[in-house]
Write a protein that binds this ligand. Structure first.
Ligand SMILES: Cc1ncc(COP(=O)(O)O)c(C=O)c1O
Length: 469
């Protein structure tokens, strides 16, 4: 009940706020709250305008060529997403059909990755919030399996290590820190074409190694590591030492590319030593941010102790996840993509992006200043460096910086340990990065280069413009 003069004044004020033009009312005539919760409400249209307008300062996601993560989805996918924003993935008893779609996705991905399939049994895997969570889950399974085996043999279990290349994504560094596991890195080598030598990984293993990492699509260059070779070397090593060290494949990006563009490449559960794989649904699985997948070769690879059973949602709910609540919409969208695109749809989209990247690659190769980092492109990703930035007077960082002016976000960074003196630019071509947009990018790169050359006239020879077709 509202009584008294003060309440009347307040009601009058509120009525006025509804009538006021958005930019004429008091809500937008004062700074937005930054440190304290405001005392009072504001009309939704004002709050919307305030937040919406601040976000105009973000870069445009479609011009974000840094990210591997999806920046364009179909209208129908957007519609499904807004229809399912309220579904919590953990409420499997309440949303049994969402849980069913999750399981179908696990089975479909396991089949794409050649897990042992039994039509009568679900594949071993689960959805996650992204590849980082999937990496933690698969890493934990490796640690638990190793510890159990060591404890049975009466051996020390206090010094687990995990072997990776130095070009590992930061989620594995986190895994090491959070779960108290030493990370051993083999260096990236220039003489090996800016790659980690699989032999060096094997040399870092010992009795305390819980697993070895192969990467299908490194974050640095998009390289597909030679996982078949790693599998062969590890099989020899395990036979020689009597250890049983598993391979985990971080296929965050490549896991949704290789099955469509390189179906004969054996990198997955076809290889005996590969026991688990993580993949990001929100990268080349083409779902908006918020979904990843963890897969195991079969149920024997996942320790039962890591699966928790809860009954407070009704029914017996087995869960293997770090978070409890999690959006269900992205899992639903993953299933939508599988139904909508099928094998051919994924193949067409990735082929189109790869064609765009190959077009850009030819332009880099034809130019006098640029040089590709890898000799082979497997993913729709271009990583290139300047031929001689020591003497040019400008660097890839200057190019990246100047491209921002047009709205393009093209990251420049140093390569991994072993090649950290090399700086490169990376362009990830995702669904929505059309041939037309790529041509505009090329035009802008050229303009930027001309500008930089003019700023450093004594360092570089004048050149002719690349053909933009
Ligand atoms: C090879 C690799 N692993 C893991 C990740 C982390 O994936 P997410 O962003 O899905 O957690 C990335 C992200 O770029 C990656 O490139």
């Amino acid at each position: 009940m509202l009584h008294g003069k003060k309440s009347e004044e307040r009601i009058a004020l509120e009525v006025k706020e509804v009538i006021n033009p958005v930019f004429g009312g008091r809500d937008l005539l004062r700074p937005a709250p930054k440190f304290k919760l405001p005392r009072e409400e504001m009309p939704p249209r004002n709050a919307y305008q305030l937040v919406h307008d601040e976000l105009m300062l973000d870069g445009h996601s479609r011009l974000n060529l840094a990210t591997f993560v999806t920046t364009w989805i179909e209208t129908e996918a957007q519609q499904l997403m807004s229809e399912t924003f309220d579904k919590n993935m953990i409420d499997k008893d309440e949303y049994p059909q969402t849980a069913e779609l999750e399981m179908r996705c696990v089975n479909i991905i396991a089949d794409l990755f050649h897990a042992k399939s039994d039509e009568n049994e679900n594949a071993c895997g689960c959805s996650t919030i992204g590849s980082s969570e999937a990496a933690m889950l698969c890493g934990m399974a490796m640690k638990w399996n190793w510890r159990k085996k060591r404890a049975k043999q009466g051996k020390d279990t206090s010094k687990p290590n995990f072997v990776t290349g130095s070009d590992v994504q930061v989620c594995w560094e986190k895994f090491g820190v959070y779960w108290d596991i030493e990370l051993r890195h083999a260096p990236m080598k220039k003489e090996n074409g800016y790659r980690v030598d699989m032999k060096d990984l094997v040399e870092l293993c010992d009795e305390n190694t819980i697993g070895v990492l192969g990467i299908l699509g490194t974050t640095y260059t998009g390289e597909y590591q030679d996982i078949e070779k790693l599998d062969r070397l590890m099989a020899e090593y395990n036979a020689r030492t009597g250890y049983d060290i598993p391979i985990h494949v971080d296929a965050a990006s490549g896991g949704f590319i290789a099955p469509f563009l390189d179906p004969d490449l054996a990198w997955d559960f076809r290889l005996e030593g590969v026991k688990s794989i993580n993949v990001s649904g929100h990268k080349f699985g083409l779902v908006a941010p918020g979904v990843g997948w963890a897969l195991w070769k079969d149920w024997s690879c996942l320790p039962e102790e890591l699966i928790f059973h809860v009954n407070y949602l009704g029914g017996d709910m087995p869960t293997f996840a770090i978070n409890f609540s999690r959006p269900g919409a992205q899992v639903i969208l993953q299933y939508y993509n599988f139904v909508r695109l099928g094998f051919e749809g994924y193949r067409k989209i990735h082929t189109a992006n790869l064609n765009v990247v190959n077009h850009l690659k030819r332009l880099v190769e034809d130019s006098e200043l640029g040089e590709m980092v890898l000799d082979e492109i497997k993913m729709p990703l271009l990583s290139f460096k300047l031929k001689d930035d020591k003497h040019l007077g400008f660097t890839v960082y200057d190019i990246s910086d100047k491209l921002r002016r047009y709205g393009w976000q093209v990251p420049a960074y140093t390569l991994a340990r072993g090649c950290e003196d090399v700086s490169i630019l990376r362009i990830v071509a995702k669904e929505g990065f059309s041939y037309d947009l790529a041509s505009l990018l090329v035009q802008h790169v050229f303009e930027v280069m001309e500008e930089l050359k003019a700023e450093h006239p004594n360092r570089v020879k004048p050149s002719t413009a690349p053909k933009i077709c």
